[in-house]
Design a protein around this ligand. Sequence first.
Ligand SMILES: [Zn+2]
Length: 265
Amino acid sequence: MVGKLVIYWDYELQTGADQAISTKGKWDGNDDYKQTEKLLNVLNERGIKSTFAVVGICGLNGELPYHSPEQIKKMSDFGHDVGSHTFNHEYLPGISLEDLKKTLRKSKEVLEKVTGKKVVSFVPPHNQPLEFYGLSIELKKRKGISKIKQKDLIRILRELKYENYRINHWTPFRNKILKRFRSYNIRRKNGVTLINVCCADGFFKPAFDVVKHAVNTGNVGVVYGHPWALGSLGAQSMEAFMKFLDFLKPLIDSKKLEIVTAKDL
Ligand SMILES: [Zn+2]
């Protein structure tokens, strides 16, 4: 049995920094850029491919801290999967279907122009809306039922030729109360591959547990981070990520684990 692991990076430059909730003022678009340069070197040295969820506006012609089409092109040229993280980091639960279509279409167009490749992977900002027993709910800015339903989001992704979606299947009992983290099988719904979030951002014990579970079951583990946070302390620091990579290496070498990108699934 071979487990699989997708390592995502949510890349937002200054647009993300301007909208940050809990990390407001702690970073800016230049930090995101600089840490991404370091990250690309580390991934290159280790031969690891990641999926970058890129805010479309970052790919427009213009200057840092808001734009860097060159860096996005570099991600793609290094063999990473460049996916959409919407155009302007919109909080999806509160927008209309029309605006949802616009942000998904515009980000895809810009990123395809920059990379010269098809953009097929999607990650919603703040991992919202959540999927919870058939309901689409939101917990980040407001708490309640999301205006955008999962089934509509999946239908529009399909219409616009996206192929996969990092979905947040909410499991507060398992993750918050029992503090247990596992991997999942991918699901296919209306032609879109659903890739479950497994734990919060970062590379501490929950990420290790997700990988161990994927190795034992042959499931797909998902971990993610934000490049800017590699330069800070804590679960998303470069130190934590390097330790995580050291933990992965023997699993990869012994063919128990395969690192894949979202578009490979
Ligand atoms: Zn984001």
